[in-house]
Design a protein around this ligand. Structure first.
Ligand SMILES: Nc1nc2c(c(=O)[nH]1)N[C@H]1C(S)=C(S)[C@@H](COP(=O)(O)OP(=O)(O)OC[C@H]3O[C@@H](n4cnc5c(=O)[nH]c(N)nc54)[C@H](O)[C@@H]3O)O[C@H]1N2
Ligand SMILES: Nc1nc2c(c(=O)[nH]1)N[C@H]1C(S)=C(S)[C@@H](COP(=O)(O)OP(=O)(O)OC[C@H]3O[C@@H](n4cnc5c(=O)[nH]c(N)nc54)[C@H](O)[C@@H]3O)O[C@H]1N2
Ligand code: SF4
Ligand SMILES: [Mo]
Length: 670
């Protein structure tokens, strides 16, 4: 049987896939030629989805060994759910809801399986997890500047754009279905420029690559603005109509001469002058920004400075032009009851075992290490789903310390035996995207989609929402939205009167699989603004430390999606079999590091061992480790986040994964 389903992964492309199933098992994945953004191809990763789940979890398990040892016994769902409910009730009775923490992120982007489990936690007044590990600094910066997260329609790029600026994003790896639109614009004469601290696939695709020092983007943006103002290349009419706060911004930009910015950013003065003039002349500019530049202490301000550039040019007046961070703000869904958000409003009378607390304790997910080891009163029950925190969260050393706590009840819902799953007291098998229904939006295009289950769950796997419904029953919770099944959640989400959703019903999505939002054509989201230049963005450079003079970047690998696919041997081998530290020959020579040698990488928070690869790809002073590899593939069995810190961004409480000060030295064998 061959049928359509949306790729559930945390990727802007939200591809439509054609799946071939034999006896309920997935054997083949193809891209859907009928989907205008997918255009008939999947990515190097998802073609391998069948291999990814060959060793999937099929039965509920209970720990029999020590914490983290990974020894389990098979039990029934009744035993698992009764056992968890009993321990949970005891914790709730003695310590209240705030002793419970859900830890979840975007293993699946389906709104039902991603968000609706939270209804359970909100109904028991659990500590609320702030979803900050990825996009919150970017979102905060965007909202401050433009408001809703809208972007040009990528399908309008080819015919309209003259200049493509890819800034802090390795889009050929992380947004690969944008590439055909970039290529089509280039065929019509558009130039492609990439701005990134190290050379990667996207730099090699671009006509020009400007290498800047990490965390210095705001200075570069100001210098570009400086030249645009000086040369009279800004669109004054647009700014008068659409923008506020331009004067103070201009004053700030006047202080950032290309010479001054060059000294900080490492980008040659003449390259700054040239880029500014080219942008000013082209006007029809499409700027694709990623989250890369936001993962720094000053990341929010950096992104604000950069996304103001298309406004200076009046680019938003032209179809396909302006800036793209995310398209997610265009989906006008009614999220009030999704994941029981209304319970946080605290205005609903409640029956049942526990009452929601509108002033619940909030835990920033970047601070999991502290939450598990230093929070008072402590977290006593941790529920992990859609996430692999042992590997992806900062400061792994302390995260592990927390997971090792004998008094912590850890429940993990997973598809495969991740390194986090090994620390579970109860490990519950989750369904795959073609086994459960769900509604999908996107953050890279404007199609909404629905997955109908294509197969019965294999073994005893169950959707996340099923598990939390069962636990809610056992706790005697009465809140009705807890018991909504996927279709009820989807109907509530689509229950909105908005022109973009005109003609899009659940019935139609079930029939057709996907549907494009009814956007105005052309789509010019900020042609009349509002654009807020004030307060002028601050320049907050990422600083090394005296004993840690290099900055470590840890951007995504081409063939993994965060840690998903990190267990697929073919993909691991294609990524080189193990992670390698990219280090510039100048930095290597100064430390006696040779190509292929093992090195210690030390930060104030931990140390790991990696093989070094000498390459001129990174700007000197910056070292790069691509990919959040599973610990098992590394020389010392330690994941990259042993090095990173819980430090938060200036805006949005985001993660600072690309700002770690480190020192590198050859491994001295004892
Ligand atoms: N193949 C693949 N695709 C993915 C993912 C994956 O793991 N693999 N992850 C998915 C997810 S969860 C997300 S959030 C997105 C990733 O979204 P992004 O974070 O946008 O990831 P990248 O596209 O790699 O962009 C990061 C780039 O920013 C650069 N960078 C780091 N610091 C700075 C800086 O200070 N200034 C500038 N200008 N650049 C900087 C890095 O060198 C890197 O090239 O991709 C999604 N798609
Ligand atoms: N050093 C460093 N660390 C990083 C990053 C970085 O660039 N550098 N990137 C950060 C970013 S951008 C992000 S978004 C986070 C990502 O962090 P996570 O969201 O934790 O992403 P994954 O590592 O892909 O883990 C997702 C897990 O969810 C599981 N899963 C998938 N579908 C389901 C389901 O339906 N039910 C259940 N129960 N489980 C499911 C998968 O099997 C997988 O193990 O990592 C962050 N960590
Ligand atoms: S991971 Fe991204 S590019 Fe790959 S199939 Fe899924 S949505 Fe498409
Ligand atoms: Mo992410």
């Amino acid at each position: 049987m061959k049928a359509r389903a949306t790729c559930p992964l945390d990727c802007p492309d939200a591809c439509s896939l054609l799946l071939t199933l034999e006896g309920g098992r997935l054997v083949r994945v193809e891209g859907d030629p009928a989907h205008p953004f997918t255009r008939g191809y999947a990515c190097a990763k998802t073609y391998r989805y069948p291999e990814r789940v060959k060793a999937r979890l099929l039965y509920p398990l209970r720990r029999v060994g020590r914490k983290g040892e990974g020894r389990f016994e098979r039990i029934s769902w009744e035993e698992a759910l009764d056992g968890i409910a009993e321990r949970l009730k005891a914790i709730l009775d003695a310590h209240g809801g705030e002793a419970v923490l859900p830890y979840h992120y975007a293993g699946t982007m389906g709104l039902v399986e991603n968000q609706h489990p939270l209804a359970f936690f909100r109904a028991i007044g659990a500590s609320e997890l702030l979803e900050t590990i990825c996009s919150s600094a970017g979102s905060a910066a965007w909202e401050m500047t433009y408001g809703p997260r809208l972007a040009p329609d990528p399908e309008e790029i080819p015919e309209n754009v003259r200049y493509l600026l890819l800034w802090g994003i390795n889009s050929l790896s992380t947004n690969s279905h944008l590439t055909p639109f970039l290529k089509a614009a280039r065929r019509r004469g558009a130039k492609v420029v990439h701005i990134d601290p190290y050379e990667n696939l996207t730099s090699r695709f671009a006509d020009e690559h400007l290498k800047l020092r990490p965390g210095t983007d705001a200075a570069l943006a100001y210098a570009l603005a400086h030249v645009l103002f000086r040369e009279g290349l800004v669109d004054r009419a647009y700014l008068e109509e659409a923008a506020t706060g331009v004067e103070a911004f201009q004053e700030e930009a006047e202080g950032w001469t290309p010479r001054r910015a060059s000294a900080l950013t490492g980008v040659p003065e003449e390259a700054i002058e040239r880029l500014a003039r080219e942008l000013g002349e082209a006007k029809r500019v499409f700027l694709r920004v990623g989250y890369g530049m936001t993962r720094h202490p000053g990341g929010g301000n950096a992104l604000r400075a950069v996304i103001l550039l298309p406004a200076l040019l009046g680019a938003w007046r032209h179809p396909g032009c302006g800036a793209m961070l995310s398209t997610s703000g265009a989906f006008p869904l009614n999220k009030r009851f999704l994941g029981g958000r209304h319970l946080l409003e605290g205005e609903h009378p409640h029956e049942g075992y526990f009452r929601p607390n509108p002033r619940v304790r909030r835990v920033n997910m970047n601070e999991l290490a502290s939450a598990l080891t230093a929070l008072d009163p402590p977290i006593r029950a941790l529920f992990v789903f859609n996430s692999n925190p042992l590997v992806v969260a900062p400061n792994t050393g302390r995260v592990k310390e927390g997971l090792l706590r004998e008094d912590l009840l850890t429940v993990v819902l997973e598809q495969v035996m991740t390194e986090t799953a090994r620390y579970a007291d109860y490990l519950l098998p989750a369904t795959l995207f073609y086994e459960h229904p769900d509604l999908y939006t996107s953050y890279g295009h404007y199609y909404l989609s629905w997955n109908e289950p294509l197969a019965e769950p294999e073994g005893k796997a169950r959707p996340n929402t099923w598990v939390f419904r069962e636990l809610a029953r056992r706790l005697g919770l009465k809140e009705p939205t807890l018991y909504w099944e996927a279709e009820a959640v989807a109907r509530s989400l689509l229950d909105v009167d908005h022109p973009y959703l005109e003609g899009i019903s659940l019935e139609r999505l079930k029939r057709e699989g996907f549907a494009k939002l009814r956007l105005p054509k052309p789509f010019l989201p900020f042609a009349q603004g509002p654009v807020r230049f004030s307060p002028p963005p601050e320049v907050i450079p990422t600083e090394p430390l005296p004993d840690y003079p290099l900055i470590l970047l840890t951007p995504p690998a081409h063939r993994f999606l965060n840690t998903t696919y990190g267990n697929v041997r073919e993909l691991v081998e294609a990524e080189g079999g193990e992670p390698r530290l990219l280090i510039h020959p100048l930095d290597a020579e100064a430390r006696g590091v040779t190509d292929g040698a093992l090195v210690h990488i030390r930060s104030p928070w931990g140390q790991v061992v990696r093989k070094a690869k000498l390459t001129e790809a990174p700007v000197p002073g910056t070292v790069v480790l691509e990919g959040t590899w599973w610990e098992g593939w590394t020389p010392d069995g330690k994941g990259i986040n042993h090095l990173t810190s819980e430090r938060l961004t200036d805006l949005g409480g985001g993660s600072t994964f690309h700002s770690t000060p480190v020192e590198v030295e050859p491994l001295r064998l004892a």
